[in-house]
Design a protein around this ligand. Structure first.
Ligand SMILES: O=C(O)c1ccccc1NCC(=O)[C@H](O)[C@H](O)COP(=O)(O)O
Length: 219
């Protein structure tokens, strides 16, 4: 029996691109609510997209250091399956958000060193799932969706389960799955033709390559 690889396509902002991701077989679809992102969408647009998903995939709303009022608004409007916390949220804050909202929480962590990977341990009991992304440069305008990879060997011994993210694309996701053996993979820039503009062929190629590497690794 082949264990499934969970594929998340993040930063979907239109009905058309959402349909591409769903028909390609994405397990999770992500909506970014962060005004500085080229993928930002309002709560109302995200709610319309979430209704379009129905039960075909899990919906994830991504926020960065959001306060309680904003999180309450997003959950009430969109009713997502999960919230992705992509800022500097402490383990205590993650626990609080999960308790208050009663939703699954994905905690994203930037990995640039062995210390960063070890620091993930503090989140294992408070988040439902971890997401390892490249650590953003200090002057970055946003903490994710930058299309930058990191040294995957830093994840040896990092807590599981996790989604691997950061600079993945149709050409490197097979290597990533073979080397890291993650619970799942997450992509945004690597399936775009320009920032914020998803590309159907790249989405299909990404999902197919990720699944092929997963199945090959279990034969
Ligand atoms: O996508 C964004 O613009 C974004 C903005 C602020 C915080 C996080 C953001 N994206 C997070 C994601 O889940 C991305 O999929 C992840 O960082 C990987 O991005 P990429 O390297 O572009 O595939």
């Amino acid at each position: 029996m082949i264990s499934p690889l969970h594929v998340k396509i993040c930063g979907l902002s239109t009905s058309e691109s959402l349909e591409w991701a769903l028909s390609a077989g994405a397990d999770l679809v992500g909506f970014v609510h962060f005004p500085k992102s080229p993928r930002h969408i309002s709560a109302e647009v995200a709610a319309t997209l979430a209704r379009q998903v129905g039960n075909r995939a899990k919906t994830v709303v991504l926020t960065v250091d959001a306060d309680d009022d904003l999180l309450d608004h997003l959950v009430a409007t969109i009713a997502p399956d999960a919230i992705q916390l992509h800022g500097r949220e402490s383990p205590e804050r993650v626990a609080d958000v999960r308790r208050r909202l009663g939703r699954s929480v994905i905690k994203a962590l930037g990995i640039g060193s062995a210390e960063d990977a070890a620091g993930a341990r503090a989140y294992t009991s408070v988040a439902d799932l971890l997401l390892y992304d490249a650590k953003p440069p200090k002057d970055a305008s946003r903490p994710g969706g930058l299309g930058v990879t990191f040294d995957w060997s830093l994840l040896a011994g990092a807590p599981t389960p996790f989604l691997l993210s950061g600079g993945l694309d149709p050409t490197n996701v097979e290597d990533a799955v073979r080397q890291v053996r993650p619970y799942g993979v997450d992509v945004s820039s690597g399936v775009e033709s320009a920032p914020g503009r998803k590309d159907e062929a790249r989405i299909r190629a990404f999902v197919a390559a990720a699944r092929a590497a997963n199945e090959e690794g279990q034969r």
